[in-house]
Design a binder for this molecule. Structure first.
Ligand code: FDA
Length: 399
């Protein structure tokens, strides 16, 4: 059977792209191997889907090619997506940092995308395994997509199969393998927005601190995030850790010695000035710190560092070290808790091989990549869905 466009992957980016291409009058087939489509949308944002953010720019994305996302994000913005959500009458609310969530259920977004595909007469086939893809040469330059429901031909093929996070709901490396089949490089995928693991000896040392939640700032290189940090029995978690984990993972691409993540325990204070104000205090340091940190954490942290004396008994050098540790407590992760706990995948199809205007592969006319399968990784906060909408929409105009 012949189509103008075949989209493989009926997730966020794939449904957006298929609906847009269909609206242009293209005959579109959307194929997914899953029994239920849009599952990653359904489970997102605790079931309420943080579908975009009020403030989106290329600075909210990690990629080997930092400016790649700029064009798509400006062709289809967060305001454009919001206009569709508003037109549909979906109720939503704003949380910290401009994050927009559905009031009722992520299903509202899935239904909206499905209806858009129906309205654009997109033919949806699922569950359906894709067995292989070939491209004709010379006169017939169409793609042949071989599936367990037969072979389909198309002029434009869009790969929207996502990344490797949450494998339990059907993540596969299909997109990476297909890119490689067509000679397109792939930046090694890694879990991102993911809790950080600690080596057994570090975990043992930090055991008394487990269970604490802190309002802190995580820092790595020039990246910094102010949100909650959770110390758990398995390592470090919480939004500030998930955010910084993506930057910590980036250093793998550079090779060389690994660096720790720094945690600023007193993000609202200059610790050196504050300690100087209390330099003559006879209070034990844990008691003083308990004015600014959870009491249990202050006690256990001081015990761990061996700093339990009254403040006036520390030497000036000690006070300098304490201030430095409060402002940048270095913790070296041993790795991450992996794709099962990750929200997204860092790396993916090398954007250097793609047009930032259309998402088409420069060396393979008619082949497009959209969404998370590409080497574009957003911050926590609705940025990954916005990338799916923007890249899917753009490809939908050109496929
Ligand atoms: P997506 O993963 O949505 O879709 C890929 C589709 O391809 C799936 O339908 C899959 O079945 C299909 N597929 C895969 N392999 C295939 C194959 N071989 N053959 C056929 N089909 C195949 N982001 C955000 O902005 N806000 C949020 O609130 C959250 N929350 C969140 C929670 C959790 C637990 C996770 C795991 C992730 C998030 N995310 C998020 C990230 C967000 O879900 C993700 O970035 C987007 O869904 C990516 O959209 P894609 O369309 O690229 O892939």
């Amino acid at each position: 059977m012949n189509f103008d466009v075949i989209v493989i992957g009926a997730g966020a980016a794939g449904m957006m792209c298929a609906a847009q291409a269909g609206l242009r009058g293209r005959r579109v087939l959307l194929v997914d191997h899953a029994v239920k489509i849009g599952e990653r949308i359904r489970i997102s944002g605790g079931g309420r889907c943080n579908f975009t953010n009020r403030n989106v720019s290329a600075d909210n994305y990690l990629s080997q090619n930092r400016h790649f996302s700029r064009s798509a994000l400006s062709q289809f913005t967060q305001h454009d997506f919001l206009a569709i959500v508003n037109a549909r009458g979906i109720r939503y609310h704003e949380r910290d940092h401009g994050q927009l969530f559905c009031d009722d259920s992520a299903r509202d977004i899935i239904d909206m995308l499905k209806d858009a595909c129906d309205d654009a007469q997109v033919q949806l086939v699922h569950p359906c395994k894709v067995l292989g893809v070939q491209k004709g040469e010379e006169f017939d330059r169409r793609f042949v997509v071989d599936t367990e429901q037969g072979a389909f031909r198309c002029e434009s093929l869009v790969i929207a199969t996502g990344g490797l996070a949450a494998p339990a709901i059907g993540a596969t490396p299909f997109g990476y393998k297909l890119a490689e089949q067509f000679g397109i490089p792939v930046i090694a995928p890694k879990p991102a927005l993911v809790p950080l693991a600690l080596a057994p000896e570090t975990l043992e040392k930090l055991k008394p601190l487990a269970g604490n939640t802190l309002d802190a700032r995580t820092e790595f290189g020039s990246a910094a995030f102010r949100e909650n940090v959770l110390l758990t029995h398995r390592g470090l978690s919480g939004p500030a850790i998930l955010q910084i984990s993506s930057y910590w993972q980036m250093q793998e691409y550079e090779g060389g010695k690994k660096h720790p993540v720094d945690i600023d325990l007193l993000p609202d204070l200059n610790a050196a000035d504050w300690l100087a104000e209390h330099r003559r205090s006879k209070q034990a340091l844990p008691m003083l710190l308990a004015e600014k940190l959870p009491k249990k954490f202050a006690q256990e942290w001081c015990a761990l560092m061996g700093w339990e004396k009254p403040v006036n008994e520390f030497s000036n050098r000690d006070i300098e070290n304490i201030a430095a540790a409060l402002q940048a407590w270095p913790i070296m992760p041993s790795g991450t808790l992996g794709y099962n706990k990750a929200e997204v995948t860092l790396g993916g199809v090398d954007t250097g091989a793609l047009s930032s205007k259309t998402m088409e592969a420069k060396a393979v006319p008619g082949l497009f990549f959209v969404g998370e399968v590409m080497d574009v990784t957003g911050w926590l906060g609705g940025y990954n869905f916005q990338w799916a909408w923007s890249s899917g929409w753009v490809a939908g105009q050109y496929a």
